[in-house]
Design a protein around this ligand. Sequence first.
Ligand SMILES: Cc1cc2nc3c(=O)[nH]c(=O)nc-3n(C[C@H](O)[C@H](O)[C@H](O)COP(=O)(O)OP(=O)(O)OC[C@H]3O[C@@H](n4cnc5c(N)ncnc54)[C@H](O)[C@@H]3O)c2cc1C
Length: 525
Amino acid sequence: MPMEHFDVIVVGAGISGIGAAYHLQTLCPDRSYVILEGREAMGGTWDLFRYPGIRSDSDMYTLGYAFRPWTEAKAIADGPSILNYVKQTAAEYGIDRRIRYRHRVTAAAWSSDEACWTVTATGPEGEAVRFTCSFLFMCSGYYNYARGHAPEFAGREDFAGQVIHPQFWPDDLDCAGKRVVVIGSGATAVTLVPELARTAAHVTMLQRSPTYIVARPAEDRFANWLRSKLPDKLAYGIVRWRNVLFGIWFYNLARRKPAKVKTRLIGMVREELGPDFDVETHFTPRYNPWDQRLCLVPDGDLFAVLREGRASVVTGQIDRFVPEGIRLQNGELLPADVIVTATGLELQVLSDVAFSVDGAPVDFAKTYNYKGMMFSGVPNLASAFGYTNASWTLKADLTSLYVCRLLNALRRKGMRQATPRVAGEDLQPVPFLDFTSGYVQRAIDRFPKQGHRKPWKLNQNYARDLMALKFGSIEREMEFSNPVTAQAQPVGDASSLQHGRAERESTSVEQPQPTRAASMAHHGP
Ligand SMILES: Cc1cc2nc3c(=O)[nH]c(=O)nc-3n(C[C@H](O)[C@H](O)[C@H](O)COP(=O)(O)OP(=O)(O)OC[C@H]3O[C@@H](n4cnc5c(N)ncnc54)[C@H](O)[C@@H]3O)c2cc1C
């Protein structure tokens, strides 16, 4: 059976993969593509996470796609509404028909001879399924779907109640009337605590150290008013830009004047919780704002349950789990019927797919990241990775746009291979992410590096990226080449046989693009 060939394979049908498909079919309509999705459903994060209260922690005017307005009243939206938005987008543009579910990609091998990837996936019956493609676009998210980060707690098996990780929330778990301890202080913990406190006997948020927590209205009144006056698309565009610019301004302010921003953020918590609450211990982080992601709480719901005494916060170190709950190192016992380990995600680089280029395994830690999406020395591969200081989709959208520009440039030039290559010796490595958060630090050694200068430096700034990726040079430190395949060599060409692999032309001379049939001729059954 010949392998199926596509011009582009998109891996993952989450918010990024569906956005990538929209861009491909809009900007490269003559290119064939398929989405390979490992799970049985689309939506990624927004389908996987089912814990009570699951919601966005950035606004939907920027987490939504540039091309499709978010029209619901809530700016901080619940998980099912976001999933619905992704599904509706896929249905509206016929993208849902292009998804192959239960196809988990495990390996991708680039052949310069053939200028294509051979992509191996585990199919619905556990069988190996192979495809080829000219370009591979990884939209596989950034964390392990099979397991969350679960630190070892001594005595875990002694605990008489249930221990739950939010990534695998059981459908039938009922916390009504129970004492719940939520371990963690990140976005998941601050979402769960007020939600569980509605019915639980009591909820304790147990944190090792505090996080910056900011209350924002769940509904954006200005946005809702504007939508009642203007067409959806126009209103969406205006609110989106307002939020983007505010986000950039605030982030820069936090980096330039951390002490001032810290005082203001903590002051806001004091206003919420009143003078008697120990804000110093529980809500004063040891790091500066935006050294880690800020946590947003809609309508101050977390503060409300703390004020009402339905939940409490404890800052301390766990000694061990005991049958009746958790013992802290200071000897205090936190009684619990249910313990939720909101201890975070396990980060992954490109879904841990085994990549190789001409038989040599790719170690992404040894590559430089190009424009936040491609990798030095790795041809025709891009990956959607969103912002850490703004909504993910802002960057994912721009990444898709740039990939389409690159595909069109390849076609225009009659070239088949685009490989980012570092020019000169001056490039200095910089960690890919500058967050001090545990989940980032645990994984950063496996990530590619960024460089200290363009086009290897991450902007983490939508306005700059928009200029760079929509209008900026496609050529800079990008090698366009046409592999000359062994079959394309004159028969009996001794040198090509001797070297066992194709030589590459690396010119900008216009050459005819090989037809798909011609490029497929190399893929035997
Ligand atoms: C609880 C939670 C809340 C969040 N809230 C926000 C927020 O408010 N704002 C924000 O900007 N970001 C938020 N994020 C980050 C969030 O993950 C992104 O915003 C966004 O949903 C990522 O979309 P994605 O499509 O890139 O990745 P994902 O949503 O992770 O989707 C990836 C898809 O690829 C599939 N896949 C992965 N590997 C393979 C493979 N090898 N083969 C085939 N398929 C594969 C997965 O099954 C999945 O369907 C949140 C994350 C979490 C966990």
